[in-house]
Design a protein around this ligand. Sequence first.
Ligand code: PLP
Length: 465
Amino acid sequence: MISLAAVNAPLEPDRQTRSELAAQALSYLDDWYDRAGTMPVGAGVTDEQILATLAREPSEEGSDLASLLAVLTAAAQGGINHLSGGHMSYIPNSGLYTAALGELLAAGLNRYTGVADSAPGFTAIEHGVVAWLRSLFMMGPESSGLLLSGGSMANFTAIVTARTDKLGDEFNNGVLYVTSHTHHSAAKAARLAGFRDDQVVPIGVDSNLRMNTGALVAQIQADRANGLKPFLVVASAGTTNTGTVDPLEEMAEIVADQDIWLHVDAAYGGFFQLTDRGREVLRGIEQADSVALDPHKGLSIPFGVGAIIVQREQSLVDAHEGRGAYLFYEDSHMGLRDISSLGPELSRPFRGLSVWLPLQLHGIGPFREALDYSLDLAGHAFERLSAIDGVDARWKPDLSVVGVMFDDDRLGQAALDAVNEDRTTHLSPTIIDERFVLRFAILNRRTTIDHVDHAIDIIEKTLRG
Ligand SMILES: *Cc1c(COP(=O)(O)O)cnc(C)c1O
């Protein structure tokens, strides 16, 4: 019979082996981070042959870490280097070394944060992160929330919570309101939450692409008259298309006396609340029943950390509490609510550490300054783009996404192609009113004025022909 020690040996490396493995992995990562500011955003080319070798099955005996790190380098080819400051497409995330260390520590300690009883200290750390978010949005002592995998899950959790709170088990007649600029994850979440497509009602937007509140009031009245039950309005605090913030104060006023839940999707724009200018633009967000946030956007935490905060903890519990006979626990421990009773997951990664560690280590100041600088850069981009002949910069940015049309859509597409072929910077387009729109999404901590100017120079040159 083989001994347990022999079976486990490779899986339980001794201290020296652990140190060597960690040194190799961290040194590999260092090489990336040394180059992060200057690396091209276009990550080179890959092909199907390489992808096929990456997908190969594991062997019986395994191999060494050095050769596996070489595989990672091959795997990193193609697509976008998110670490690069040139990344201004979609909604960027620049990554954060200290947050990655937080993830390593969390995974290494591997404590269970589904129930407070099994890791009260770690649960307290995560609740502390959420408490900071709640206070950032001026929510009261009844408020609550949790960290999830991203904005999509935050929107899903919000919609399920609003459904339970406002409609209970009968939600055949419920209707919720969005605009054509609301992130598609809201409609997807509604479908996952059991709503038909016709229960998601788009409200028109004004010339600034904000929800038309007059149209909202009229639609609510019309739907009520038709025997439907309006129960939720989804506002955007920074649309993905153009970074536009819906009229939050007005929307809060409209729903206040209507028994309708107001959810604000602030996955992109929420952390601008840390800045004076952002706080001004986001005014009214503190009146929302729930807010979706993405630390993996505005705080540069590695992908996989979103958040939902709500005004009343009980609304989350009503929607998510579940019990199994095999789980002997109260739903709170030493005053700490079980995270699993607030959201859809039971077992979950200890996400709190990857947010807590960098916030505690660096303080909030550097995050605030980085976001403030993004606003400066967006203002600069808007000014320069406005001055270019053939560019139609009709939407002054609310936050840090600058979307522009072109007098000729084909020239806009050509400008985008030229920027991305150059690989120093990367932009992505969108379609608004069936017109081509080029976007600068500036949220990456490593993006400098040189990156912005470089892309605009190429656009200018393309238009001049
Ligand atoms: C990114 C984003 C989402 C989706 O969030 P994920 O973290 O990608 O799941 C939802 N809404 C808005 C406004 C976003 O920018």
